[in-house]
Design a protein around this ligand. Structure first.
Ligand SMILES: Cc1cc2nc3c(=O)[nH]c(=O)nc-3n(C[C@H](O)[C@H](O)[C@H](O)COP(=O)(O)OP(=O)(O)OC[C@H]3O[C@@H](n4cnc5c(N)ncnc54)[C@H](O)[C@@H]3O)c2cc1C
Ligand SMILES: NC(=O)c1ccc[n+]([C@@H]2O[C@H](COP(=O)([O-])OP(=O)(O)OC[C@H]3O[C@@H](n4cnc5c(N)ncnc54)[C@H](O)[C@@H]3O)[C@@H](O)[C@H]2O)c1
Length: 472
């Protein structure tokens, strides 16, 4: 039977990544007929070239690093070897397992809902597919994700250039790697490759890594990363071909040049909006070309177009993509009567060792801040992981916690505790009234919480001991 040239549905979703899948589930769950359009259905960015393969490479680096420093505990390990094929083999085998799980869940979506094609807007409520077919929908969710920024001059370096889309396909560890960008990808990959024995240099035009807001925490991060990686901040770095590799020239806060085998470009992932025909939809665009939208509804103005995930350019993170998708899908099904949804406190973790966490608001918005240092923290010392710093931000007059910056051992777990407390609008006093087990990294929070209490009218809870067990 020939395929229809024009499909009709309540909600059409462009892009079957994390956000698009969540939007389709939410729209269908709310009674809408749906169509989910993607050229590949190959799995999400998270599973294929994002969160999962990057954490798998970091896991290999962590294992190598742990063995290499075992001697400080009096444990002698023979010569430590690195088997490139086995390292990348595990990364890809486990990654493929996650991809297969994602593809299985895509396969469970009714076949009539899935359309394999690339879509563009062609008028209000209308889409044109790249195979000549058309879609008419009451509402449209754009969930096309983001792509690595790649200036032409860098692209011209061919396969000497790596991005998150190619780095996990390496067969061998390079001997020397330049990393451009000290954001989430740059930091995670620079430290991981360095801890796998690669000579790594990191370059950023900005003087601040990971867009960290607190200078104390940034200084701690910089000294931690500098133990493994040669860092150049505030520089304009220009690679040019040199034999099979590249010669990097940099100027700015420092000047220099050096030769590398390859360069990993991690200078941001702008929203994937090219070729979407946004001009046909009459949407107002911001200065990045992203349709203006309300984060509480994910609706673009008063139109029937919704955004979800990285394409919205708000917080390009997995949990935000899936929350965006749920909100956009539900509201697209209910269009034109969207409900407003409260958003989670902004929260990001960069999986370096130790991890970097940014939560909520910063010093600029706070009345009071409290700090902690992990250099002498008890449990951190026990495990020889005693490094890092934390700054908590609180509002006046009662010390309600509003944000935090930290680089600390078990930062991902401290970050969750703090993000949950901040989302619950807890005061420093209320958090101090919670049980703190000894000896734990969590005890490291107490100093910062007490500083906030001391600076606000509400003091340290009077039924709580103010002393500290050894090393807390
Ligand atoms: C290396 C790396 C590591 C990361 N690590 C983490 C992490 O540890 N934790 C975390 O929270 N986040 C992490 N992220 C971010 C996270 O992966 C993204 O925020 C998330 O995957 C975005 O999901 P999405 O649905 O918006 O996009 P995607 O999953 O990219 O989906 C977009 C889909 O749209 C489709 N598409 C594009 N254009 C069209 C079109 N015209 N027509 C039809 N379909 C189209 C694409 O084929 C794709 O399937 C990482 C990202 C990277 C790159
Ligand atoms: N753990 C995580 O949650 C995680 C991990 C990886 C990626 N991600 C997501 O992926 C997104 C993209 O990651 P990313 O690291 O590519 O982007 P990013 O926005 O996090 O960082 C980009 C960095 O590149 C720098 N830069 C820009 N132009 C440059 C140039 N020409 N030369 C040198 N440096 C330059 C910027 O100053 C910035 O520090 C992140 O925003 C994040 O949301 C998340």
């Amino acid at each position: 039977m020939s395929q229809p040239r024009t499909f009709q549905c309540d909600v059409a979703i462009i892009g079957a990544g994390t956000a698009g899948l969540a939007a389709e589930r939410a729209a269908r769950g709310n009674g809408a007929s749906t169509l989910l359009i993607d050229p590949d259905f190959s799995g999400t960015t998270c599973a294929t070239v994002g969160c999962m393969p990057s954490k798998l490479l970091i896991a290999a680096a962590k294992a190598h690093h742990a063995v290499s420093r075992a001697d400080q505990f009096g444990i002698t390990v023979g010569e430590v070897g690195l088997d490139d094929a086995a390292i990348f083999g595990r990364v890809r085998a486990e990654r493929d397992r996650f991809v297969a799980l994602t593809q299985k869940s895509i396969g469970e979506i009714p076949e009539s809902v899935r359309i394999r094609a690339r879509a563009r807007l062609s008028g209000p409520g209308k889409l044109e597919l790249d195979d000549g077919r058309h879609v008419e929908a009451r509402a449209i969710v754009i969930a096309t994700g983001s792509r690595p920024a790649m200036p032409d001059a860098l692209a011209a370096l061919g396969d000497r250039v790596l991005t998150n889309e190619t780095v996990f396909e390496l067969q061998r560890l390079p001997r020397r790697l330049a990393v451009m960008g000290s954001g989430a990808i740059g930091l995670e990959m620079a430290q991981a490759f360095a801890r796998l024995g690669v000579e790594v240099a990191l370059f950023d035009t900005s003087r601040t890594m990971a867009s960290l807001r607190c200078p104390r925490v940034h200084a701690a991060l910089q000294s931690i990363i500098a133990r493994d990686v040669d860092i150049h901040l505030g520089v304009d770095a220009r690679p040019e071909p040199c034999g099979d590799g590249i010669r990097m020239h940099w100027t700015g806060a420092s000047d220099g040049e050096a030769t590398f085998d390859q360069v990993l470009v991690a200078i941001g992932r702008p929203p994937a909006l090219d070729g979407l025909g946004l001009d046909t939809a009459g949407l107002a665009l911001d200065d990045r070309g992203v349709p203006c939208h309300d984060r509480n509804t994910m609706r673009c103005g008063n139109s029937n177009v919704f955004l979800a995930g990285d394409v919205a350019g708000d917080h390009p993170l997995l949990h935000e993509a899936s929350h965006d998708g749920a909100i956009a899908g539900r509201n697209a099904a209910a269009c034109p009567a969207p409900i407003k949804v409260d958003r989670h406190v902004p929260f990001s973790i960069i999986f370096t060792d130790p991890q970097v966490v940014t939560i909520g608001q910063s010093e600029a918005d706070s009345a009071v801040s409290g700090t902690a240092d992990f250099g002498d923290q008890g449990r951190a010392r026990v495990e020889a992981r005693n490094e890092g710093a934390l700054t908590l931000y609180a509002a006046a007059p009662d010390g309600v916690l509003i944000g935090a910056d930290l680089v600390a051992p078990d930062g991902e777990h401290l970050g969750h505790l703090l993000a949950w407390a901040i989302q619950q609008k807890m005061t420093a006093t209320q958090v101090l009234q919670m049980p703190f087990y000894h000896p734990t990294i969590e005890e490291g929070l107490k100093q910062a919480l007490r500083t906030v209490c001391a600076a606000t009218p509400i003091s340290i809870p009077d039924d709580q001991d103010t002393g500290s067990p050894p090393g807390a």
